[in-house]
Design a protein around this ligand. Structure first.
Ligand code: ATP
Length: 237
């Protein structure tokens, strides 16, 4: 198992944000983590990345504890999209690439390729603040991908993107998975998960309500008499 969480629990004071969560994600899988706002998705990701300590439970990547700060094999798109508004796009990405262990020449090459692929090469020397929110998001996605991570954690990667850019990003992450990366992404939209994921888990108010293959999950929902429409928005759960 590439990524494994066992009985992971996070409490903030008396409030339990994540309650005995179990995830088993095999290498090379695209895994969807679905839940409404406040379900506990970001908190879970931050625990996997070692940015928050769990109160209980175990988290392992290839059998070992990981830390985003020290493991260059992780790529992370945080929910709070934190770029430096005054920095130019290329400078920013070189800086972030170096933090993930890249040298400057490799970073520059990867940046050029990704800016082309995401159809924004013209922004290379623009300040981040001059870009639209959607284009800033593409830059942040590039920051998560450019060092070719083996584990890619994407927090709501499609929110704020128009349909054309959603398709562009979907293709990019499918290519990553096809090259052997393990991908975990959160969403509150069933249709994105249905299209991309082999496996998924649904979390609601910190509790895992169902997990498994798409077929298993649909069957389980059927038993609970809840219909999953393709555009099902989990804020309705
Ligand atoms: P969203 O889609 O809105 O980001 P989420 O599923 O990512 O939702 P989390 O951000 O993990 O949800 O939050 C889960 C719960 O934990 C929320 O009720 C949130 O208010 C609470 N929470 C998160 N971080 C803290 C914190 N540092 N202190 C107290 N409560 C917190």
């Amino acid at each position: 198992m590439a990524l494994q969480l066992e009985n992971v629990t996070k409490r903030f004071g008396n409030f339990t944000a994540v309650d005995h969560l179990n995830l088993k994600i095999e290498k090379g899988t695209m895994y969807g983590f679905l839940g409404a706002n406040g379900a506990g998705k970001t908190t879970t990701f931050r625990m996997i990345l070692g940015l928050l300590n769990a109160n209980e439970g175990q988290i392992a990547w290839n059998g070992k504890t990981i830390s985003y700060a020290t493991s260059p094999e992780i790529g992370y798109l945080p929910e709070e999209r934190g770029l430096y508004p005054k920095m130019k796009v290329e400078e920013q990405l070189i800086f972030l690439g170096e933090l993930r262990g890249m040298n400057k020449a490799d970073a520059k090459r990867a940046i050029d390729q990704w800016l082309e692929r995401f159809e924004v090469p013209q922004y290379k020397n623009k300040k981040v603040e001059e870009l639209s929110k959607g284009n800033q998001q593409k830059i942040q996605v590039i920051a998560a991908l450019m060092h070719d991570p083996k584990l890619l954690i994407l927090d709501e990667p499609f929110s704020g993107l128009d349909p054309v850019n959603v398709e562009m990003l979907k293709k990019a992450i499918i290519d990553f998975r096809n090259n052997g990366a393990t991908i975990l992404f959160s969403s509150h939209r069933m249709d994105h998960v249905e299209e991309l994921c082999e496996e998924l888990s649904i979390i609601h108010k910190g509790k895992q309500i169902v997990s498994g293959s798409l077929r298993d999950v649909k069957r389980s929902f059927g038993r609970q008499n809840v219909r999953i429409r393709s555009d099902y928005d989990l804020t309705n759960l």
